[in-house]
Design a protein around this ligand. Structure first.
Ligand code: RFL
Ligand code: PHB
Length: 391
């Protein structure tokens, strides 16, 4: 089959790209290894920054987000005996929204289904071909076993951290940077009302902890754990009592209410960037090009920002044969990618304990500065609430 843009991956990057292209009359085909249900129910990001929310509204995808999303003015930053609220709206005029990636995905799928988007779920053996030619293609075996080729003007790799697109850039051209952190997160979803109005990021000598949420009745919480942690070693009681200790249960009358745990997983943490984000007629967007540790809440937001830049560039390229934005895409996107990579590393290393006592004192000093100096707080707020898309 033939289309204008072949998109690999039906996660938020791929589905948002197909939506933005369709709004400008550019046709695409999406291929995805997983099932629609699997992609829609994967528990991942929870925070949307201002520019992501603005983009979703501008794309006509903001109706449920406006109704069901929860706008937060800032976050609580804490360490033993101290909790400080950073108000991003006062500091930068920008805010963030609690609206799960699962909800963003549902809105995208609903909009693309209404628009008649062709999405091939459950494919296998995805491969990219002829990327340096004017008619690159993607081959795969469809869910019912048929070998299939999609030939296009452009191929976009939105296939996340394990997809084949990034490796299709020749080794002589691509450059990669990677940092693996010496700790993981144990994340839980619990059927209990959040014990906090806004997110709590907590430094503690036992390790980092965070209290996030999905709704008025569902809480999302994380604990720093060693790499290689086995979930079987963490009973519900151990999880809740560790969260209570690290989040400061009993401090100034604050209490953590436990509840039934409905999902749990261990997430390794790494930073990764591959450049350039384009090779010939193949472009990379989202986790396919870069991974950040979740501490800065940037992964989904970076995927949205990439696509926000890429969609108009592809419209110009395939509709008007104008390659200026496409030629600038990689450099423009990477400016923001490196900013968010730095911010995510900075939040991660400020908040996670490594066992080094000298580092601990530096972390506490930095936390005190960020929480109590307007200059320090504004730096965190500006990065967390997010810089404008074209930054
Ligand atoms: P995705 O969502 O991984 O989607 C890629 C899709 O490509 C498919 N695929 C293939 N399709 C066809 N052929 C192949 N060979 C393929 N190989 C793979 C995959 O099945 C998948 O459906 O990447 P995308 O679209 O770039 O979106 C990125 C985000 O999902 C990711 O950055 C965020 O979830 C990261 N993240 C967070 N980001 C935030 O902005 N704020 C947060 O609060 C936040 N919290 C998180 C997070 C990620 C987490 N995990 C589990 C990694 C919290 C967690 C726990
Ligand atoms: C989440 O709600 O899953 C979440 C929130 C903020 C983060 C990471 C994850 O920094």
């Amino acid at each position: 089959m033939r289309t204008q843009v072949a998109i690999i991956g039906a996660g938020p990057a791929g589905m948002l790209l197909s939506h933005l292209l369709a709004a400008e009359g550019v046709e695409s085909v999406v291929v995805e290894t997983r099932t629609e249900d699997y992609v829609a129910s994967r528990i991942r990001a929870g925070i949307l920054e201002q520019s992501s929310v603005d983009l979703l509204h501008a794309a006509g995808l903001g109706e449920r987000l406006a109704r069901e999303g929860d706008q937060h003015r800032g976050i609580h930053l804490q360490w033993p005996e101290e909790r400080h609220h950073l108000d991003f709206v006062d500091l930068t005029g920008r805010s963030v929204w609690v609206y799960g990636q699962t909800e963003v995905q549902k809105d995208l799928v609903a909009a693309r289904t209404a628009g008649g988007q062709e999405v091939h779920y459950g494919v296998s053996g995805t491969a990219l071909h002829d990327l340096e030619s004017d008619s690159p293609s993607v081959t795969f075996t469809s869910a019912d076993g048929a070998p299939t080729r999609v030939t296009a003007s452009v191929v976009v790799g939105c296939d996340g951290s394990f997809g084949p697109s990034r490796a299709s850039v020749p080794d002589t051209i691509r450059q990669t940077w990677e940092k693996v952190y010496p700790y993981s997160w144990l994340g839980i979803l619990a059927d209990v009302a959040p014990s906090t109005d806004e997110l709590i990021y907590a430094w503690h000598p036992d390790g980092f902890a965070m209290h996030s949420m999905r709704s008025e009745t569902v809480s999302r919480l994380y604990l720093q754990v060693p790499n290689g942690t086995d979930l079987d070693d963490w009973s519900d009681d151990r999880i809740w009592s560790s969260l209570a200790t690290r989040l400061g249960h009993g401090q100034d009358g604050w209490t953590l209410t436990p509840g039934p745990i409905t999902e749990r997983s261990v997430l390794p943490m790494r930073s990764f960037v591959q450049t350039p984000m384009r090779h010939g007629r193949m472009f990379l967007a989202g986790d396919a090009a870069h991974i950040v540790p979740p501490t800065g809440a940037k992964g989904l937001n970076l995927a949205v920002a990439d696509v926000g830049l890429l969609a108009p560039a592809l419209v110009d390229l395939v509709r008007n044969d104008d390659s200026r934005l496409a030629d600038a895409y990689s450099d423009t996107a990477l400016r923001r990618v490196w900013r968010c990579t730095h911010f995510s590393w900075w939040m991660t290393t400020m908040l996670h304990t490594s066992g080094d006592e000298f580092d601990q004192q530096l972390q506490l000093s930095q936390l005190r500065w960020v929480a109590t100096s307007e200059a320090g707080a504004t730096g965190l707020a500006e990065n967390y609430a997010g810089l404008p898309i074209g930054f």
